[in-house]
Design a protein around this ligand. Structure first.
Ligand SMILES: Cc1cc2nc3c(=O)[nH]c(=O)nc-3n(C[C@H](O)[C@H](O)[C@H](O)COP(=O)(O)OP(=O)(O)OC[C@H]3O[C@@H](n4cnc5c(N)ncnc54)[C@H](O)[C@@H]3O)c2cc1C
Length: 545
């Protein structure tokens, strides 16, 4: 099959899964694909679900530690960093995967680095002193003449983003319809939404980390309604605006504007740089830091000082609360044997639904929180192409490339940051494709998760190509390898009522020698929330001496 062969959409696994099949002429190309599922060990997940696996008393004596940190995602790693800075080095960090980083781990395909999940960090607000201090410490940021200057190599190079619509690429992600009437209507809608965001931002504080903004009755009112309903009520019905806002929700929260709260929909804009309509003076993409391997670059920096205290491939299967210490049953997946650790304090940096299963007697707030915080499934596909894609009309290749109306969120080009001038025109190309599967309703979420977990690697590779081939008809014939990651419960969705839920507030206060530190506590998952939750947990332990 030569360039130009398009995969046609035909359903094979039923409408629910929405997975297509290739017709006869594409089977030849399909036979050349390699790859598979990467990045997770579902059988280790079963170890904590089944609980007892490691409960059988370990033959060797228990090891003792002052602080046990469960989970080495960004929150667990930043807890460890915080402890070190407080002079506490008697700690151990456990993670069930083979590498630290959680959703911010990296991968490599044919030697080319790429992300398994998170891929960028927006430049923090000047108020976020703790994050800025760390970025200075690792050399990403410098203060020069009262200004913060970032390392150019890691600032996303221009052009940052483009949108494929009406058969061509356009700069930026805001749809700008071709028909003059629709274009004028969209512009007016963008301006009206920008004005609403500005008004809400004047009335209420939205910040990152979220804990630094007071939670008022105004926030609570926004938290109890869906973003889509809030938009409807204010007459924000323009199709271009609504597509863009839905895209933002899927991108940051893993689910559509019908699923997330109005607080979350507005937090997306108001906590950063607001919303700018095309042509407005300061309308430009938000500057971000990014790396070919995504935020694994940051995770590696956080993990750097932990050394032997980091125990990867160690699944915490049970935490039993004792009078003076807690006992952790840990399954050492490499040695295939149970271990027992005793800790005076435990920091739980795993998703709340896992925490609720691991404790022998979970606190009622933890049980409630585990039930009320839904998690969005995600698919990430790292696609190795033997040659760069053929150009399509319009704006040149950008770091983030999105197609209007696509089921996915588009792709990021791992070589965009390359300083080599021929990276874009020759040699293999590595694209990271993202699809959020949180849906538009709880039922859709459930169906999509079932499809993600039951579909084969080949089915999902076809589904990814089916989506991308609408924009790049030559992509299927260029594919050589597809490494796919399925995150069954990737990130908390800030559905109405969750952010202000008393159970989440209750978990923010440590009790019975247990602290929680995971982005779930913020009801949504971004680097900054995880980082700060970890630092807060460490600071509380440090203060206790
Ligand atoms: C596809 C995707 C794209 C994303 N993109 C971005 C982005 O570009 N920018 C951004 O800021 N954020 C992004 N995020 C959000 C990302 O989740 C956060 O940035 C951050 O990595 C969350 O860190 P965390 O520590 O809270 O949680 P997690 O990453 O969930 O870490 C939890 C850790 O606990 C471990 N664990 C679980 N159970 C056990 C057990 N029983 N025993 C031991 N260990 C256990 C897990 O293996 C994991 O390492 C993305 C997320 C996904 C899924």
């Amino acid at each position: 099959m030569g360039p130009g062969a398009v995969i046609r959409r035909r359903t094979v696994l039923g409408a629910a899964a929405g997975l297509p099949v290739l017709d006869g002429c594409t089977r030849e190309a399909e036979a050349r694909w390699s790859g598979g599922w990467v990045g997770s060990h579902p059988e280790r997940g079963h170890a904590w679900r089944d609980g007892g696996l490691a409960a059988a008393a370990a033959a060797e004596p228990a090891r003792r530690v002052a602080v046990a940190i469960v989970g080495a995602g960004i929150a667990g790693l930043s807890t460890a960093r915080g402890l070190q800075r407080a002079g506490i080095d008697d700690y151990a960090v456990f993670d069930l995967e083979d590498a630290a980083g959680g959703n911010s781990r990296g991968h490599a395909v044919a030697g080319l680095p790429c992300p398994l999940g998170a891929h960028y960090l927006p430049l923090p607000s000047p108020d976020d002193e703790a994050l800025l201090a760390w970025l200075h410490e690792i050399g990403l940021a410098q203060s020069r003449g009262g200004r913060i200057v970032y390392d150019e190599r890691h600032l996303c190079h221009s052009p940052q983003e483009r949108l494929f619509a009406d058969g061509r690429w356009h700069e930026g992600l805001l749809p700008q319809p071709a028909a003059p009437g629709a274009a004028a209507a969209a512009l007016a809608a963008y301006r009206r939404f920008a004005a609403d965001v500005a008004t809400v931002s004047r009335e209420l504080a939205f910040r990152i980390p979220t804990t630094t903004a007071p939670w008022t009755s105004g926030h609570a009112a926004l938290d109890t309604q869906a973003f889509a309903g809030w938009l409807d009520a204010r007459g924000h019905r323009d199709a271009s605006l609504r597509w863009y806002l839905d895209y933002c929700c899927r991108d940051d929260y893993g689910a559509g504007a019908e699923m997330v709260s109005a607080w979350a929909g507005l937090q997306y804009f108001a906590s950063r740089h607001g919303f700018q309509a095309p042509g407005d003076a300061d309308q430009q993409p938000e500057a971000v830091l990014t790396w070919p391997q995504g935020n694994a670059w940051l995770a590696d920096k956080l993990a750097a000082g932990i050394g032997e205290r980091l125990h990867c491939a160690h699944v915490v299967t049970r935490i039993t609360t004792g009078r003076h210490e807690l006992a952790l049953d840990v399954w050492d997946a490499a040695a295939q044997r149970p271990r027992r650790w005793l800790a005076r304090q435990v920091v739980v940096a795993v998703p709340l639904f896992i925490a609720a299963r691991v404790f022998d007697a979970p606190h009622p707030a933890l049980r409630t929180a585990a039930q009320v915080v839904p998690h969005a499934p995600w698919l990430v596909a790292n696609l190795l192409l033997e040659q760069p894609l053929l150009p399509r009309p319009g704006a040149p290749p950008a770091w983030d490339n999105v197609s209007l109306g696509s089921t996915g969120l588009g792709y990021v080009d791992a070589r965009h940051q390359s300083l080599s001038p021929d990276a874009a025109v020759s040699g293999p190309q590595l694209l990271t494709y993202y699809r959020a599967l949180g849906g538009r309703s709880p039922q859709e979420l459930k169906t999509q998760r079932a499809a993600l977990l039951s579909g084969s690697w080949r089915d999902w590779t076809r589904a990814v190509l089916d989506d991308l081939a609408a924009t790049h008809p030559d992509l299927p014939s260029r594919l050589r390898r597809a490494d796919l990651v399925r995150h069954g419960h990737a990130m908390a969705i800030p559905v109405p009522g969750v952010r202000g839920h008393p159970a989440l507030q209750a978990l923010a206060t440590p009790r019975d020698r247990v602290s929680f530190a995971h982005a779930d506590l913020s009801a949504y998952s971004i680097f900054e929330e995880a980082f700060h939750r970890g630092l807060q947990a460490a600071a509380r332990l440090g203060n206790r001496g």
